[in-house]
Design a protein around this ligand. Structure first.
Ligand SMILES: Nc1ncnc2c1ncn2[C@@H]1O[C@H](COP(=O)(O)OP(=O)(O)OP(=O)(O)O)[C@@H](O)[C@H]1O
Length: 303
């Protein structure tokens, strides 16, 4: 499969803060590639090195065969970067913003196509500052993709959007993919990564922790847990069960994360049998990317 981005051993520090440490991965043509992680994980720093805005301290970046920090002009003709809504003048009309950005590019613009697929007709005469968060994102998405870029970079595109607007944004990103665009997106919404991305790089403290399809990540036993209800089992006991890493309790409901669920389940059953404790709705659950993420963080704390 054709690769459009490759980074190797990439590192970037700001003073004493190591924002990105020895990061390596590649992005395939035509995929939606998610970079996920909590606040301060290094997502934006990674993205900005791919966009050529930041120069890495060490390591290699190849985007469409170019070194971004050295070939910014050539690269900017072929990539699209979504601006923050705050960088567009509030009084500017949507139509004016589209015309202005269109004038930056000499190549053919796909303005009419974007107006169509993003449904911008009805807002063409609205001032940018009067638009809702969802509409602002549609407009900035259009501005980033006017020149039909081969890759588009989206930094937290659904931040602050309500769940409905977020889902609409996903549909629009999928339309860009259907048009043949490769999309690199950062997010800290795990559900977004799960539903939207073809592959996901999970980062924390500047390091790549896992990289796979959402399905592949969820097959990782770290995301899986035992779930059951019990009125008599104690949280503190569950933490002592062999292989258990973390326990979540909500009233009488428990989620028990373990490195070896089979063995942990065996110990819990044996204990309950011995003490005559009732267990209800016992199940081996698959978990979510959120669960996987918290699990990695817990393991890190334990060392
Ligand atoms: N220009 C800068 N000067 C100093 N420190 C910085 C700078 N940019 C980022 N950092 C630090 O580098 C680390 C990674 O930041 P980065 O913005 O890449 O994380 P992020 O994953 O995008 O977080 P968020 O979701 O909060 O945007 C953080 O500790 C941040 O404070």
């Amino acid at each position: 499969m054709e690769t459009v981005i490759t980074i190797e051993n990439l590192s970037k520090s700001f003073g004493a803060t190591e924002a990105v440490k020895d990061m390596s991965f590649s992005v395939r043509k035509g995929e939606i590639f998610g970079i996920i992680g909590p606040n301060g994980a290094g997502k934006t720093t990674t993205l900005e090195m791919l966009e050529g805005i930041l120069k890495p301290d060490s390591g290699n970046v190849d985007v469409l065969g170019l070194v971004p920090s050295k070939s910014l002009r050539a690269l900017n003709k072929r990539i699209g970067v979504q601006f923050q809504a705050t960088s567009i003048q509030k009084k500017m009309k949507v139509k004016e913003a589209l015309d202005l950005f269109e004038s930056f590019y000499t190549s053919t613009s796909q303005k009419d196509h974007l107006i169509e697929i993003l449904g911008l007709h009805e807002k063409m005469n609205a001032q940018f500052g009067d638009l809702s968060g969802g509409w602002k994102q549609r407009v900035t998405l259009a501005l980033a993709t006017l020149h039909k870029p081969e890759i588009v970079f989206l930094d937290e595109p659904s931040m602050g959007l309500d769940p409905n607007a977020r889902r609409e944004m996903w549909e629009m990103i999928k339309m860009l993919k259907d048009d043949g665009c490769t999309i690199v997106i950062t997010t800290h919404y795990m559900e977004e990564a799960e539903k939207l991305c073809d592959r996901v790089a999970m980062i924390y403290s500047g390091k790549l922790r896992a990289l796979d399809t959402p399905e592949g990540l969820l097959n990782d036993s770290n995301a899986q847990y035992l779930s059951f209800d019990s009125a008599d089992l104690e949280y503190d006991y569950l933490l002592t069960v062999p292989h258990v890493i973390r326990v979540e309790q909500d009233g009488h409901s428990f989620k028990v994360f373990s490195e070896n669920q089979q063995t942990s389940a065996y110990h819990i059953f044996a204990y309950c049998h011995e003490k005559n404790i009732a267990l209800k709705h016992f199940a081996f659950e698959k978990g979510s990317l959120d669960d996987l993420f918290v699990q990695y963080l817990e393991k890190e704390k334990i060392g």
